[in-house]
Each structure stands twice: as structure tokens, then as C-alpha cells.
Design a protein around this ligand. Structure first.
Ligand code: UDP
Ligand code: MG
Length: 263
């Protein structure tokens, strides 16, 4: 298997026909072995039955995983990755805000010698104030803290070589931090502008509160990447500094007690 597309799906029944049409068109054009893994994240509309209908029509390519309840986009992506067999993994949203037609140029970029090609929604078509602005600030902060400079961590459309996806667990809102993990194992990362469209059907599942979660996850990711295999440097280092500070205070009190205070 060469290419695995992993797509999390939550209440997207009306987008699915367009998604399947676009995915099948692009993947047929690419002409390599491929599969698409759709993870139904506990949808409450007809998503699951629509997915199953498509899978019955094309079982060689379409695989469906379903969650009993809504576990969130990151959990859906993680489950999809566990099942993906391709040497190259492509992550994408189901709502047709991303365009599968961008995949060939991203694969061509990967072939130039990269391990990860990150999509950048240069002309993003979401709400400016509640989505684009906080996301721009978050991207700046993440780039600065992690040293991995990307314009658009939040764009799901990214292409990965399989080996840079192994060895870590995803939770919270963490799928967007995969490039940071990949960088920590030496991945060669690049980004390229991709198309972006407003949502036609269904609603976004996110608002401003997600930016807060992303910032909190950033702390965890920074800790895991920098110290998970050597926590003594963080805890031992902090402990050492506190010991030095307390020894100085002790010494000061001792000197004061012996030489300057008679009682
Ligand atoms: N999604 C999911 N579980 C959730 C929320 C979203 O699987 O709990 C999927 C959703 O169906 C879509 C993708 O994740 O394919 C991105 O969600 P959305 O379009 O709502 O996010 P936005 O594009 O507004 O950031
Ligand atoms: Mg979307």
C-alpha cells in the first residue's frame, strides 16, 4: 500500500458525496495503490450509514471505522493512523474546506526529499475574528516555543512519511502538533499554500475556546518533546537550583545567628 488518506468525520452527511467524488477522482489520477480510512467520530446524523454505503461500493479502497460516541477530531485521527497501512499518510478534513486536488502537488513536494509537507491555508475562508486571528497568534506562539516554524499548524491537510508518525500518542487537540514530534525525530519539514473554501454544508465544531486548549496542549508537547526521555534535567535542574538557593539562605541565617545576634 502506498497512500493512506485518513479523514475524521463528525456530522458531515451532506459533504460526503462531494468528498468521495473528489477523493476518488484525485486518487485515480495519481495512479498508485491507495486506501481511504474514514473515522466516524460518533456522528448523530446519517454520516455512518452514508459512509457504509460508499464502503460497500468500493471495498478495495474505502475503510470505515466508527466510534460509539464523539471522542474528538484528534482521537479520530489517532484511530485512523492505527489502521493506516500506506507508506505515505495524508490527513485531511471531511468538510470539503480542504481540496483533495492539492494532494498531487504535495506528494511531488514530498518526493523532493521531505518527510512532511504541511498545508498552509494562505487565504483562509473562516471567520476572521473568532478563527483566523486567534489562529495566527497561536501559530506564531507555537513556532516560537517549539522552534518549528509553520504558518498553519491547524490545517489538517498534511502529507507525512509513515516513519515520522510513529512513537507517540495523540490526545487533547494534539494532532496539530505532529510536526513538532516529527521535528524531534529529525524529519525534514516544509509547507506549501493549499486551497481553502468556506463550509458549504454542516457547521464548524469549534470556536474561540479551542485556541485556549491548543495553548495548554502546547505546554504538554513542549515538555514531552524536550524532557520526556530525560525528566531529571527539568525536575533535577529545578530541584538543584532550589537547593542552592536554600543553602545560601541557611548560610546567611547561620552567619547572622553566630556573629551578629546574641539572642
Ligand atoms: N471532527 C471530528 N470530531 C469532532 C469535531 C470535528 O471528527 O469532534 C472532524 C470534522 O468532521 C471535520 C474535521 O474534524 O472533518 C474538522 O472539523 P471542523 O471543520 O468543524 O473544524 P474547522 O475546519 O472549523 O477548524
Ligand atoms: Mg472545517
Amino acid at each position: 500500500m502506498n497512500l493512506s488518506l485518513v479523514i475524521p468525520v463528525y456530522n458531515e452527511q451532506d459533504n460526503l458525496p462531494f468528498l468521495f467524488e473528489a477523493v476518488q477522482k484525485t486518487m485515480t489520477e495519481i495512479n498508485q495503490s491507495w486506501e481511504v480510512i474514514l473515522v466516524d467520530d460518533g456522528s448523530r446524523d446519517k454520516t455512518l450509514s452514508v459512509l457504509k454505503q460508499y464502503a460497500e461500493k468500493d471495498p478495495a479502497h474505502i475503510r470505515v471505522i466508527s466510534f460509539r460516541r464523539n471522542f474528538g477530531q484528534t482521537a479520530a485521527i489517532a484511530a485512523g493512523l492505527d489502521y493506516a497501512q500506506g507508506k505515505i499518510i495524508i490527513l485531511m478534513d471531511a468538510d470539503m474546506q480542504n481540496d483533495p486536488a492539492d494532494i498531487p502537488m504535495m506528494l511531488a513536494k514530498l518526493d523532493e526529499g521531505y518527510d512532511l509537507v504541511s498545508g498552509w491555508r494562505k487565504e483562509r475562508k473562516d471567520d476572521a475574528l473568532t478563527r483566523n486571528l486567534p489562529s495566527m497568534l497561536a501559530n506564531g506562539l507555537i513556532s516560537r516555543v517549539t522552534g518549528v516554524h509553520l504558518h498553519d499548524y491547524g490545517c489538517t491537510l498534511k502529507v507525512y512519511r509513515r516513519d515520522v508518525l510513529e512513537g507517540f500518542r495523540l490526545y487533547g487537540e494534539m494532532h496539530r502538533f505532529i510536526p513538532v514530534y516529527a521535528n524531534s525525530v529529525g524529519a525534514n519539514i516544509t509547507e506549501m499554500p493549499v486551497r481553502h473554501y468556506p463550509r458549504k454544508f454542516g457547521k464548524t465544531k469549534y470556536g474561540l475556546e479551542r485556541t485556549a486548549k491548543v495553548i495548554l496542549d502546547l505546554f504538554t508537547v513542549k515538555f514531552l518533546v524536550a524532557f520526556a526521555s530525560k525528566p531529571i534535567y527539568l525536575f533535577g535542574g529545578t530541584g538543584g537550583l532550589l537547593m542552592i538557593a536554600s543553602s545560601i539562605i541557611m548560610l546567611y541565617l547561620l552567619v547572622r545567628r553566630i556573629f551578629f545576634l546574641s539572642v
